[in-house]
Write a protein that binds this ligand. Structure first.
Ligand code: TYM
Length: 329
């Protein structure tokens, strides 16, 4: 049986990329494996949220996990900052993580470009905290989107380095995982790049139908193909990629055929796409609203998850401490 783990940063609401890259992917696996899913609230501190925003986001994301079908009785569902063994493993792994490799990490370089006034040590060591998240439960499969591939590669490097350094075969090699296919990248609606919270191009699971219609109708397109079976420009391919995630195969095929015959009307395609997204998100949105109103339930779930996660994490940290050489007198 695999140990499966994944998480999402608590920097606001979840979008379609989070769902198809991680959460929905994970929900499909929760009954067959030993599963951990958590809210990465320490990771969200790199952007300095206010105390109110920090707490509000964690609550929102917890409600969204439940609304998407994560079963807290089956999977261990917890908040990162409830498990003190994670920052302890992070500290230990940081001793063998090198400045050069951390600086070369694509996500770090991107942050340096985007927020030159806040290049903090937490950003630089983001991959070691993520490795600690994964290795603390000795996870083997990590359902994530394509953007996290490099972080998983670094986790394997840190795990192997630890094993080599202490001549043990302790940490397994975790792999980024998607249910049955390649890793997914859900694009944004702005013509290029991935859907992301900070990109301003996302459709959120909690968006109202009218908001979704407006966002989709504004998505970037072009004047249409001029020859049959022409390759699709990025912006158009993006619409098809999102459609493939939310619409029926027949619908996708219909618009593929129209595109290949140079008969596509992007207005029609966008209308269909918006309605299919709304059909997909409406039950989730309604459940989010109901769960957010039930504070007792959220508290119960968080406490139960924290307890289960700490139990698994304390076993690993005690092994690791022993391997490193921390002993009682
Ligand atoms: P985060 O919070 O940016 O995103 C959470 C998850 O959503 C996926 N994702 C996407 N997948 C496909 N298309 C997109 N447009 C898209 N946008 C986001 C991400 O791949 C991710 O799986 N570092 C992580 C959180 C984290 C984590 C972990 C994940 C911390 N520790 C341990 C797994 C295991 C992050 O910032 O993801």
């Amino acid at each position: 049986m695999d140990i499966v783990l994944s998480g999402i940063r608590s920097t606001g609401k979840l979008h379609l990329g989070n769902y198809f890259g991680a959460l929905g992917n994970f929900v499909r696996m929760q009954h067959e494996n030993k599963c951990f899913f958590f809210i990465a609230d320490y990771h969200s501190l790199t952007t300095h949220p206010t105390p109110e925003d920090l707490h509000g986001s964690v609550k929102q994301v917890l409600a969204e996990y439940l609304a998407c079908g994560l079963d807290p009785e089956v999977a261990t569902l917890y908040i990162q900052s409830d498990v003190p063994q994670i920052p302890e493993l992070y500290l230990l792994l940081n001793m063998n993580a090198y400045k050069g490799e951390l600086e070369r990490c694509t996500s770090f370089k991107e942050k340096v470009r985007k927020q030159p006034n806040n290049i903090n040590a937490g950003l630089l060591t983001y991959p070691t905290l993520m490795a600690a998240d994964i290795l603390i439960h000795k996870a083997t499969k990590v359902p994530v989107g394509k953007d996290q591939e490099q972080h998983l590669e670094m986790t394997r490097t840190f795990a192997n380095r630890f094993n080599r350094m202490y001549k043990v075969d302790y940490f397994p090699e975790p792999v980024a995982f998607n249910f049955g296919e390649d890793l997914i990248k859900i694009p944004g609606l702005d013509g290029s790049g991935k859907m992301g919270k900070s990109e301003g191009n996302a459709i959120y699971l909690s968006d109202a139908p009218e908001t979704i219609r407006k966002k989709v109708m504004k998505a970037v397109t072009d004047s249409g193909p001029t020859q049959p079976n022409q390759p699709k420009p990025e912006a158009i391919q993006n619409l098809f990629t999102i459609m493939k995630a939310v619409s029926s195969p027949d619908t996708v095929q219909y618009f593929e055929d129209k595109y290949n015959a140079c008969e596509i009307r992007y207005g029609d395609m966008k209308k269909q796409l918006a309605e299919d997204i709304i059909t997909f998100t409406t039950p989730i949105r309604q459940r989010i609203e109901a769960i957010l109103a039930d504070n007792d339930k959220l508290q119960r779930v968080a406490r139960m998850g924290a307890e289960k996660a700490r139990e698994s994490a304390s076993k690993t940290i005690s092994d690791v401490r022993h391997i490193i050489g921390f002993r009682e007198f």
